[in-house]
Design a protein around this ligand. Structure first.
Ligand SMILES: [Mn+2]
Length: 427
């Protein structure tokens, strides 16, 4: 972990400039009738789960270039997440992938996590690749497979993931299925969907009563002609058919280019089925880049939809927030610190939208001023506000600089040998 004195020293050095920035922003917001303290409090309460697969350097199909001091097992991954939590105060939970990070001894992992102030968020199943010793192959699908024995094997796997999750204190299963076809005629489109629906319903029946199932759609890849759960409509049909505790998970990178994702969010809120998010950003496809790095306006508009829904009671609790990124060229810890900060900024800006004013402009069909009302919130520099939210939670005013000064990565480069493990991937 990063020593508390390192954070204190770093914050002391940044204190004067931080205070000036915060005072300036406070005055600016007060002129708009916004009390900065209330926004700081809400941003400080923002939490997002870190996936166990994001701590090592990711890979493309062309190769992987690991960095020094990467975690070698799930225990070391939790150590790195604890560092991110120390510096941001915003990542108290881990989203575990089974079997990539399946613990041999779940109680030991649970107590390792607890000793670092961490708990477990959604567990993720994997029926998109074959594991060693597996009896039947998922080459032609899992829950949608034409062979009932393969479908049963996939159901058993997901049930086992839920059991592991239960022993860790998790209560959510996130399911992304690679099932689909690469060529017209390869699979019957309706039958494939019905098999997935039946399989998920089967898993749902055996799920503990306090568990939630999140169904994650993805437009394409690895299936390039027709993915079974390709879009929010398919995901919503499944969630509605399966039951009350089945919800939809929106991964920002799992849509076709130019999809209006904030409108997808609005629809799922209306349906009462928005269960969770996978944050990332993309230029072309499922690029898994740092959230807010390519299209920060879209990220803001997504948070704006959520803040609007919470504001008028359409959403009583926020959905499960998770990061789903692959860090190929950045230090994974630094990339995650930057991600958390970008998410907090987008959320803070969404909280600054003057909703009453916006509603009046919408009612009057004043298109320009309605747009400007959103834009003025988006264009507000909320850096000092977000830094203060972190500082109030014991975190760093400047997390990346503090992390670099801490020498954590250098120390781990000596302590951990070069990773011998399979490259982390992304869901
Ligand atoms: Mn995802």
């Amino acid at each position: 972990m990063v020593d508390g004195t390192v954070i204190e020293a770093s914050n002391r050095a940044a204190a004067d400039a931080h205070r000036r920035g915060l005072d300036g922003l406070g005055e600016q917001l007060a002129r708009r009738g916004v009390e900065i303290g209330a926004v700081i409090e809400r941003v400080g309460a923002f939490e997002v789960a870190v996936p166990s697969w994001a701590l090592g350097t990711g890979a493309t199909r062309f190769g992987r270039f690991p960095g020094e001091g990467e975690p070698r097992d799930v225990f070391e991954k939790l150590d790195d997440i604890a560092v991110i939590h120390c510096l941001t105060g915003a990542t108290p939970r881990v989203s575990l992938h089974i079997p990539w990070d399946e613990p041999d001894d779940p109680p030991a992992l649970r107590s390792h996590a607890a000793s670092r102030g961490l708990g477990f968020d959604a567990v993720n199943s994997n029926t998109f690749q074959d594991q060693s010793g597996q009896a039947l192959s998922y080459k032609f699908g899992s829950l949608a497979h034409a062979n009932g024995a393969v479908r049963r094997q996939a159901i058993e796997h997901i049930r086992r993931v839920i059991d592991v999750g239960s022993s860790l204190g998790s209560s959510t299963i996130a399911i992304w299925l690679a099932d689909g076809s690469n060529y017209p005629g390869q699979a019957n489109l309706r039958n494939s969907f019905e098999r997935v629906s039946d399989g998920l319903a089967n898993v749902y029946e055996g799920m503990p009563a306090d568990w939630t199932m999140l169904v994650e759609h993805k437009a394409y890849e690895p299936a390039f002609y027709a993915t079974v759960v390709a879009d929010w409509g398919s995901s919503l049909m499944l969630a509605q058919a399966i039951g009350e505790r089945a919800m939809c998970l929106v991964d920002l990178g799992h849509h076709l280019p130019n999809t209006n994702i904030e409108q997808v969010v609005a629809r799922l809120v209306t349906a009462g089925k928005l269960g969770g998010f996978h944050f990332n950003d993309s230029k072309y496809g499922d690029d898994d880049l740092t959230a807010g790095s390519i299209n920060p306006y879209q990220l803001f508009l997504v948070f704006n939809e959520l803040a609007d829904a919470v504001g008028d009671g359409a959403l009583d609790a926020h959905p499960a927030y998770m990061i789903d990124q692959s860090h190929n060229v950045k230090d994974p810890i630094e990339a995650l610190l930057q991600t958390v900060s970008n998410l907090q900024k987008a959320y803070a800006r969404a909280l600054l939208v003057q909703r009453g004013v916006l509603a009046q402009y919408q009612h009057a069909n004043d298109v320009l001023m309605a747009e400007e009302t959103l834009k003025s919130a988006f264009e507000t520099d909320v850096s000092a506000l977000v830094a203060e939210a972190r500082r109030c939670r014991g975190g760093a005013i400047d997390p990346v600089a503090t992390f670099r000064n801490s020498g954590y990565r250098r120390a781990k480069a000596e302590e951990r040998t070069r990773s011998r493990h399979a490259p982390p991937q992304s869901l």
